[in-house]
Design a protein around this ligand. Structure first.
Ligand code: ITT
Length: 203
């Protein structure tokens, strides 16, 4: 089996990517490589931050195929925020619940100001494949939807319970992992990357 290191500190990303790749790949996370430290995310785009993470991990483990994910939520009524700051929306080191609380406050402020929604937005994901310390491929995916002020469901992670994807009536917090993994931003980025990964690793 081919080894693929998913260079993230987020176990939910690893689980989703492993489930979407299916058999044929031995997916490893940074838990197996505690010496690898991810850099600060100083980029202004998802792609730039995914490249920073992929190349840093790949410099430590140049013999492995390395995949890094940078992702987040854009809310149109908030001018695209939190965007690349999604993980830090409530401040440095914030957890998912704190970030959702911040988003609820911002949506409540919109309502108070007369914008009662529906609030459109999207999840975005950039996946970068690296080897030997160098980026080989970058693919992006997004899923459009609308934001909920009240959380719905406890599945998934991050902002899932506040996001209803287009074509559905329930949030990613209620929809099954199978449905999320069929249409998510991460699924679409991975679908674009997979043929390139397969071609590169075929020999
Ligand atoms: P790594 O940088 O270690 O990969 P991270 O969780 O900090 O882990 P990001 O910097 O890419 O990852 O931040 C992503 C943010 O967007 C974070 O707050 C997530 O909760 C949120 N997010 C990304 N994908 C999501 C998804 O599929 N469902 C819900 N929230 C998501």
């Amino acid at each position: 089996m081919k080894r693929l290191l998913v260079a993230t500190s987020n176990r939910h990303k690893v689980e989703e990517i492993a489930a979407m790749l299916g058999t044929g790949w031995q997916v490893e996370s940074l838990q197996a490589h505690p010496q690898v430290q991810l850099p600060e995310e100083t980029g202004s785009t998802f792609a730039a931050n995914a490249q920073l993470k992929a190349e840093a991990a790949s410099r430590h483990l140049p013999e492995l195929w390395v995949l890094a994910d940078d992702s987040g939520l854009e809310v149109d009524a908030l001018g695209g925020r939190p965007g690349v700051y999604s993980a830090r929306f409530a401040g440095p080191g914030a957890n998912d619940a704190q970030n959702r609380a911040r988003l609820k406050e911002e949506l409540a402020a919109l309502r108070t100001a007369g914008d009662v929604g529906p609030w459109s937005g999207r999840f975005c994901c950039a996946l970068v494949l690296a080897r030997g310390g160098r980026m080989l491929e970058c693919c992006e995916g997004r899923v459009e939807g609308r934001l909920l002020e009240l959380e719905q469901g406890a599945g998934g992670f991050g902002y899932d319970s506040m996001f209803v994807p287009q074509g559905h009536e329930q949030s990613f917090g209620l929809l099954s992992a199978e449905i999320k993994n069929a249409l998510s931003h991460r699924a679409r980025a991975l679908a674009a990357l997979l043929p390139k990964l397969q071609a590169l690793t075929a020999s």
